[in-house]
Design a protein around this ligand. Structure first.
Ligand SMILES: Cc1cc2nc3c(=O)[nH]c(=O)nc-3n(C[C@H](O)[C@H](O)[C@H](O)COP(=O)(O)O)c2cc1C
Length: 315
């Protein structure tokens, strides 16, 4: 099957490198999204990061004003426990946000409503079966979240996940999980993805709303410092072992949560995860310093060009 490359070509023509930033709860600020876009990738921010819907409205207006024609994305958690969904959706529709990333659950009406209003709709998935459901809903792009990703993670190797989805999906495919350097961006393309999705490296960015200690753990950490557990949110997510230890939680003795279901609205253990117990993916070994996002992206662009040269690909 030949992938339908029109949307891919259109987006890539606007980017310095085929990369989209993964939106991150609490960490991704409007300033981070602006810096990402201005450095040549698709910037993103979760709708829930600004404290209120009014603040979201102001943040999107500021992003729009500062990124020119660059595409940016807002992430809506389309799950019944998100009490702000309706109000935030209205704001996203008002601004005609170019890309909306739907997370966790969605319905075809929501997808159609956003598309009719002019947004591209991307949805993240951790399994081929979920990808088929998204395709049936008519999404414009599928984000395949492989094993080792920061935040809510997949458990399937990207080799298997992309291969299974690419067998039948001709549309835009974005690969997420542990991508942090130029070689990995190129590898994502070689696997069959159009774009690479990068989250955790931006946790160390100057513009991220992350404490200094969190940034330090990203810079000093590597794959061995990451543990997968569903005990905080009901579904598997990756957390930094040093952060668990700081809160007296033994990473070797995490209880499995059975059938608790997912809750993203905060409260109890769930509020503690993300805010106090910090999440990151296995790719953080590539992050060598805390710096402005633009400097990391400039390095990524160079590293990607070098990776292409090493493979004798024309730049
Ligand atoms: C701290 C943190 C918070 C995250 N929050 C969200 C979120 O609110 N919504 C979402 O769709 N993805 C979220 N993600 C997932 C990222 O968008 C992205 O899929 C992931 O970070 C990619 O893997 P990587 O961290 O290995 O690069 C989060 C990831 C991290 C590390």
């Amino acid at each position: 099957m030949i992938p339908d490359s029109r949307l891919s070509q259109q987006l890539k023509s606007q980017l310095k490198i085929p990369v989209m930033a993964g939106p991150m709860f609490i960490a991704s600020t409007a300033d981070l999204a602006i810096a990402q876009c201005n450095a040549g990738i698709i910037g993103s921010m979760p709708a829930l990061n600004p404290r209120t819907t009014e603040a979201l409205d102001q943040d999107i207006a500021r992003i729009k004003k500062n990124v020119g024609d660059m595409p940016y994305a807002i992430n809506l958690v389309a799950h019944s426990t998100n009490s702000r969904l309706k109000a935030d959706l209205d704001v996203v529709m008002k601004h005609k946000v170019p890309i909306v990333v739907l997370a966790l659950a969605a319905n075809p009406d929501l997808v159609r409503q956003l598309q009719t209003n002019g947004s591209l709709v991307f949805q993240d998935v951790v399994k081929n079966r979920h990808a088929r459901k998204c395709a049936e809903m008519g999404v414009d792009g599928i984000i395949a979240v492989g094993a080792g990703a920061g935040g809510h993670t997949g458990n399937i190797s990207p080799f298997a996940l992309v291969q299974e989805i690419r067998e039948w999906w001709e549309g835009l495919l974005i690969l997420s999980g542990c991508i942090a350097n130029g070689r990995s961006v190129l590898a994502a393309e070689a696997l069959g993805a159009d774009l690479a999705y990068i989250g955790s490296p931006f946790l160390a960015s100057a513009e991220a709303d992350t404490q200094d200690d969190f940034k330090r753990m990203i810079v000093e950490g590597a794959a061995d410092d990451i543990v997968t557990t569903n005990c905080f949110t009901g579904v598997d997510a990756n957390f930094l072992k040093p952060s668990l230890l700081q809160h007296g939680v033994d990473p070797a003795n995490l209880a499995r949560s059975e059938g608790k279901g997912i809750n993203i609205d905060g409260g109890g253990d769930n509020a503690k995860a993300w805010k106090e117990i910090w999440s990151a993916g296995q790719g953080i070994g590539a992050v060598k310093r805390s710096e402005p996002a633009g400097e990391y992206i400039d390095w990524l662009v160079k590293d990607y060009a070098q990776a292409r040269n090493r493979m004798n690909l024309v730049t």
